[in-house]
Design a protein around this ligand. Structure first.
Ligand SMILES: NC(=O)c1ccc[n+]([C@@H]2O[C@H](COP(=O)([O-])OP(=O)(O)OC[C@H]3O[C@@H](n4cnc5c(N)ncnc54)[C@H](OP(=O)(O)O)[C@@H]3O)[C@@H](O)[C@H]2O)c1
Length: 510
């Protein structure tokens, strides 16, 4: 239980990481280099991980501990964000890094890891607490979990926990199967499914904004909210990851996990207590309340897109089908949008529009809550095209890149007459606090090491969100799309605008 853990502070203030060792599978991979090691180094720099710490990396490439340390040093220097690289901190931190070369399909690999772990534990007094981090291709998840069980690496005097990277399953059936296989080796309370969006400061701030203030929550319902738009746009294409992306697509890669979790954070009921069980119960309840589309509703409420070649800023960029490793006839969605409804008393009838895509005009993730217009339009809004009905109030929660919150409202324009104009009140995360925010991976690594699963997804949450997207996947799988249907550098296919127009709405331009 969350409260019984002395290392876990329910309000997440002062969390002391206990002595422990981390085994990272896929230690030669992109995620380890770009995110995990910079996060661990940063935690060491801030003394947020204890002296009694060790990390054992595994992948196939032969390397000595020394080679591995050098490689990790280069990665940290390259990828560490907004903070200095301190040679003296690194010198002591690198002594805690170890490496085992081996193939995950080979049982000898696990014996070698056990041996190295024992050495690392003995040298660093890590107290027999072990965290396994699956940062490998998803096709290895099952095999690693099974082998950890076979080698009794899932048990010991201290705790054993496992972090599983995204994607968790490829569809509802495979997610369910992976849950079952995982539970044969690790009980649910030791399983940490990572969704790094939930670790972002600004996503956590949604909870503070909603439940720490008295003025917003009374408006947070169907009586006052007209519609909600959640956008996660990337301006880049697949950047050499075409082969991986081709198997995933935007619906699986972004909406099934990150954006449905964000939607749940925006719409869930207040938990009675801010602890892991209560917060996750409310998120799960909300995900279960999202209406599951019938197959015949999919063409009306979901849109798939794929970018074609175009000139952006005078430069020719390839279409998805021309990217390396991508099938020239690929039917993969690089853009996905959906209209979702939450069937509960708070949100009945309010459309939630979610879209995500690659090669859109800019990189931005935000949530726009549009409120109802006043019952009587007393004033007219000034525009360049002449007077028109005023734009309704809009609250925008900006997740990236400029984290903050802004509220749009109407103000009288200077001069004679009661013409009004929209203005906005802005809160900017960076300038208001003036201090560096921890990266999502720093937050989530501390969480798992302290045994706090609040920001990790639970079995029921993962399966509930797969249930929401499964009918869309099923219909799309049997459909032949006329791709490409949007040019790189534009806001997605025309069908997406038409989807909103059917409800009397338009996508806003972030
Ligand atoms: N990259 C990201 O930004 C990102 C973001 C979110 C989630 N994820 C998830 O994180 C996981 C890792 O992603 P990644 O981008 O780091 O993948 P990656 O670059 O392909 O890294 C995986 C590493 O695993 C090692 N490996 C491959 N086959 C192996 C085997 N049979 N035995 C032992 N080691 C093996 C490889 O190193 P060797 O060649 O040396 O064996 C490879 O470098 C994936 O599940 C991904 O979906 C990644």
């Amino acid at each position: 239980m969350a409260d019984a853990n002395p290392f876990q502070d329910p309000l997440r203030f002062e969390r002391r990481v206990p002595p422990c060792a981390i085994v990272i599978f896929g230690a030669n991979g992109d995620l380890t280099k770009r995110k995990l090691l910079p996060a661990l180094y940063r935690l060491a720099y801030e003394r947020r991980i204890p002296q009694n710490f060790a990390m054992v990396g595994n992948s196939r490439t032969p390397m000595s501990d020394e080679d591995f340390r050098q490689k990790m040093k280069e990665s940290v220097q390259k990828f560490i964000e907004n903070s200095p690289f301190d040679e003296s901190v690194w010198e002591s931190f690198e002594q805690t890094l170890y490496y085992v070369a081996g193939d995950l399909k080979d049982t000898r690999c696990y014996q070698a890891i056990q041996k190295k772990l024992a050495e690392a534990e003995q040298q660093n007094q890590t107290g027999d607490n072990v965290l396994y981090y699956l940062s490998t291709q998803p096709s290895y998840y099952e095999i690693v979990i099974e082998q950890l069980g076979k080698h009794t690496m899932n048990r010991g005097k201290g705790w054993r926990r496992i972090v599983i990277e995204k994607p968790f399953g490829h569809d509802l059936a495979s997610a369910h199967k992976l849950n079952q296989q995982t539970h044969e080796v690790f009980p649910e309370e030791d399983v940490y499914r990572i969704d790094h969006y939930l670790g972002k400061e600004t996503v956590q701030n949604i909870l503070a904004f909603r439940f720490g203030n008295g003025i917003f929550e009374p408006l947070w319902n169907r009586r006052y909210v007209n519609n909600v738009q959640i956008t996660a746009a990337e301006s880049i294409g697949v950047e050499g990851r075409g082969a991986y992306y081709q198997e995933a697509g935007a619906l699986r890669d972004m909406i099934q996990n990150h954006l449905l979790q964000v939607m749940a954070t925006v719409t869930m009921e207040p938990p009675t207590v801010f602890d892991a069980t209560n917060v996750r119960d409310e998120r799960a309840k909300l995900l279960r309340a999202i209406r599951v589309m019938k197959p015949e509703q999919v063409p009306l409420y979901a849109v798939a897109g794929q970018y074609g070649p175009a000139k952006i800023g005078g430069q020719q960029v390839p279409g998805f089908r021309q990217e390396e490793g991508v099938d020239p006839e690929s039917q993969t969605d690089t853009y996905a949008a959906g209209t979702f409804f939450v069937d509960n008393w708070r949100w009945a009838g309010v459309p939630f529009y979610i879209r995500s895509g690659k090669r859109l005009p800019k990189r931005v993730t935000d949530i726009a809550i549009q409120f109802n217009a006043p019952p009587l339009a007393m004033f007219q809004q000034e525009t360049r095209m002449g007077p028109r009905a005023p734009r309704p109030n809009l609250l925008v929660l900006r997740i990236q890149p400029e984290e903050g919150i802004s509220l749009r409202f109407l103000s009288k324009s200077p001069g004679s007459g009661m013409r009004v104009r929209p203005v906005s009140m802005d809160f900017n995360y960076g300038s208001s606090f003036g201090e560096r925010s921890p990266s999502a991976y720093e937050t989530l690594l501390v969480d798992v090491m302290t045994g706090d699963p609040t920001l990790y997804t639970r079995q029921d949450m993962v399966e509930a969100s797969w249930k929401v997207v499964q009918p869309i996947l099923d219909v799309w799988q049997n459909q032949k799309f006329n791709f490409p249907n949007y040019d790189a550098g534009t806001w997605g296919p025309r069908e997406s605008d038409e989807m909103l127009a059917r409800q009397g709405h338009v996508w806003r331009t972030p």
